[in-house]
Write a protein that binds this ligand. Structure first.
Ligand SMILES: NC(=O)c1ccc[n+]([C@@H]2O[C@H](COP(=O)([O-])OP(=O)(O)OC[C@H]3O[C@@H](n4cnc5c(N)ncnc54)[C@H](OP(=O)(O)O)[C@@H]3O)[C@@H](O)[C@H]2O)c1
Length: 340
């Protein structure tokens, strides 16, 4: 590769894709965003605005980025960041298969466990790396994307094109390269078990986590997942200041103690919600089968059951089919405790 800056394409220009793409473009990278016209039109009219809780505030002219709805716009890229939801991974991979050069590197910046493997299956011979986005991004509309919580991007070890790590570091999104990416994915999944609880609550994350009975719902889901991970010899990595096995105990504590002990967990934009809430709001399929559904797969693998996570999966599928309502913490806890 030449000393020119690597070219970056984002497949899936939504909250994460536009935020990361905007940050990279603000550092001078040549960025292509591939997404839906409903998202791109806001950027065409207003430019792309990226901001964060620390005071980042960058505006990128729409002429400085390439905007496209067809994945063939990824064809010249040195690196492609896949930022579609898990349900769209296969379709995205098929589209890339037809257009990318063999030397490209693909990073999956998606939640869930197996998105990178699913990409590898359709893109044999391509350097596909698993990534993790620990922070929340809010789509404020009209081309504005806001990082609402802390955390650093992680990408599994493996070759990255020249200049890529410097590019991410230059725009204050340094890449961590953990050796145990599988453990990181399982550790993140434990936190993401809150996504359906937040979506069912109908309230922002900070308000939801401030209520002990919603936290108890999450603790039930996490304890069940931790037991099954242990039974399947899976060691979730530490992705918060506390070891994963301590999380349910922290969540169970009374509000006065939790608000003191979990300052970092509550350090989140007051408007932030899980992207599962956003999917239900927009009538889109959610990632539930790739989040809590992974716990059901573990249960199947070791001949056990996972009633708490199965109930959350069922409630979200009901909501996807139109049976949506906002649950109180007491109601949801009662249903999950009865299922157990
Ligand atoms: N949002 C967050 O705060 C956050 C935080 C951490 C991790 N994550 C994870 O990051 C991943 C992306 O989440 P997100 O919230 O950024 O999703 P998102 O806002 O839904 O963005 C994805 C966008 O890609 C579009 N898309 C899907 N397939 C496409 C294709 N083949 N070509 C072009 N566009 C396509 C989607 O359109 P359609 O809706 O029409 O399919 C959607 O507009 C998920 O795995 C999520 O769990 C999200």
């Amino acid at each position: 590769m030449s000393s020119a800056k690597p070219t970056v394409a984002i497949l899936g220009a939504g909250s994460i894709g536009c935020y990361v793409g905007g940050c990279l473009a603000s550092a001078g990278a040549k960025v292509t965003l591939v997404g839906r016209e409903r998202v791109l039109s806001g950027i065409r009219s207003n430019g792309l605005m990226v901001s964060d809780y620390r005071g980042r505030s960058s505006h990128i002219d729409s002429e400085s980025i390439t905007l496209a709805t067809d994945a063939n716009a990824c064809s010249g890229a040195d690196i492609i960041l896949v930022c579609v939801k898990s349900a769209a991974t296969e379709e995205a991979a098929m589209q890339l298969h037809d257009h990318v050069k063999a030397s490209v590197t693909v990073i999956s910046f998606q939640n869930g466990i197996d998105n990178a493997d699913r990409l590898r299956k359709t893109l044999p011979g391509v350097n596909v790396l698993s990534g993790m986005v620990p922070f929340n991004v809010i789509d404020r509309g009209n081309g504005a994307f806001h990082q609402g919580s802390a955390g650093e991007l992680e990408v599994e070890t493996g070759m990255l094109p020249d200049g890529i790590e410097a590019l991410f570091a230059n725009c204050q999104l340094p890449l961590l390269r953990p050796a145990d990416m599988a453990g990181i994915r399982w550790g993140k999944l434990l936190l993401n078990l809150n996504n359906p609880i937040n979506a069912l609550s109908g309230i922002p994350l900070r308000e939801e986590l401030a209520q002990r009975n919603f936290r108890r719902c999450l603790a039930l889901a996490q304890r069940e997942a931790l037991d099954l991970m242990d039974a399947c010899d899976i060691r979730p990595a530490k992705v918060t200041p506390l070891p994963p096995t301590w999380l349910p105990t922290l969540l169970d504590t009374p509000d006065w103690l939790f608000t003191r002990a979990a300052k970092r967990m509550l350090a989140i934009d007051p408007l932030a919600r899980s992207s599962m809430w956003e999917d239900l709001e927009l009538g889109r399929p959610t990632e539930i089968d790739w989040i809590n559904g992974e716990v059901l797969k573990l249960a199947q693998r070791c001949g056990r059951s996972a009633p708490v996570n199965a109930t959350l999966v069922e409630l979200i599928h009901d909501a996807e089919r139109g049976g949506r309502r906002n649950w109180t913490a007491d109601e949801l806890l009662r249903v999950l405790e009865t299922a157990r």
